[in-house]
Design a protein around this ligand. Structure first.
Ligand SMILES: O=C(O)CCC(=O)C(=O)O
Length: 261
């Protein structure tokens, strides 16, 4: 899969790119959907803190409204496939040959009850003492629309510092983060996609997805590609992660704080 010069230029200018040409064919899509639904039905990774409700207190008694599984291929290795190699070659065109590519997470907005993913920058989840250069490739396993929760990006926000975040709703039991002041979002672009199409965004690009208002689940798989991180050249703190007190962290034995969403 080769990006055009215009796509590469647009990605570097805007901090995101939507590619409508599917990276998955019909049989790969069907295979991945079957695995995906099994994985979420079994709550793969829950005991390790890798499956949780990103948008709520993640209690055992309530259905997750934004269910996430980090590193899902550790539980379902069959999730890997030739599409990861195809995406690695796309990532190489943006980050260069040193980039390493792997499935990163799966995120499910259930039919009807799936809530919004508030505006955030991925780097806000990570370790503040490291400097990152990475991309996330978000692939819907069905059509993604404004009604079921396609991604939106704020054009140019990859150039921002990491802005102040907090746990969603200011509730430290919630793993998911949101920008404290989302009035900075002035150039939001919705990116609807066909099944198997994909968006690409940088580690600081501010992004959002609306609630799932449809009768069908919104399934998305995320592959990430990273260059080696380096020490951050100044003292930096992300206090919103220091005060988090999540069930997933407890299940992981207290060590699940800086994982990516
Ligand atoms: O799928 C979503 O709702 C949000 C995904 C996201 O924030 C990400 O992959 O970085």
């Amino acid at each position: 899969m080769k990006l055009t010069a215009e796509q590469i230029r647009s990605f570097h200018n805007s901090g995101f790119l939507a590619v409508a040409e599917p990276v998955l064919d019909g049989s790969e899509l069907n295979r991945l959907i079957a695995l995906y639904d099994r994985m979420f039905a079994e709550q793969a990774g829950r005991a390790d803190g890798n499956q949780f409700d990103l948008a709520g207190p993640d209690s055992e008694n309530e259905p997750a409204r934004l269910s996430q599984i980090l590193h899902p291929h550790r539980y379902f290795p069959e999730l890997r496939g030739a599409y990861v190699d195809r995406l690695h070659s796309v990532a190489g065109q943006l980050l260069g040959p040193e980039a390493k590519t792997e499935i990163f997470h799966a995120i499910l907005k259930p039919a009807g009850i799936g809530v919004r993913t508030p505006w955030h920058q991925d780097e806000a989840y990570w370790k503040p003492d490291r400097q990152y250069r990475s991309i996330s490739i978000w692939i819907p396993l069905q059509i993604a629309t404004e009604e079921n929760g396609c991604l939106w990006f704020n054009d140019g926000s990859h150039e921002w510092e990491v802005l102040e975040h907090r746990s969603i709703g200011g509730d430290a039991r919630v793993h998911g983060l949101e920008l404290v002041d989302d009035s900075v979002i002035r150039h939001a672009v919705a990116c609807p996609l066909p099944a198997g199409g994909f968006t690409i965004h940088r580690n600081r690009t501010a992004h959002y997805a609306g609630p799932n208002l449809t009768e069908a689940p919104r399934r998305a798989l995320v592959v990430s590609s990273v260059l080696p991180d380096r020490p951050y050249p100044a003292l930096r703190r992300f206090p919103w992660n220091e005060v988090k007190n999540t069930q997933r962290k407890m299940r992981a034995g207290g060590d699940a704080g800086s994982d990516h969403t």
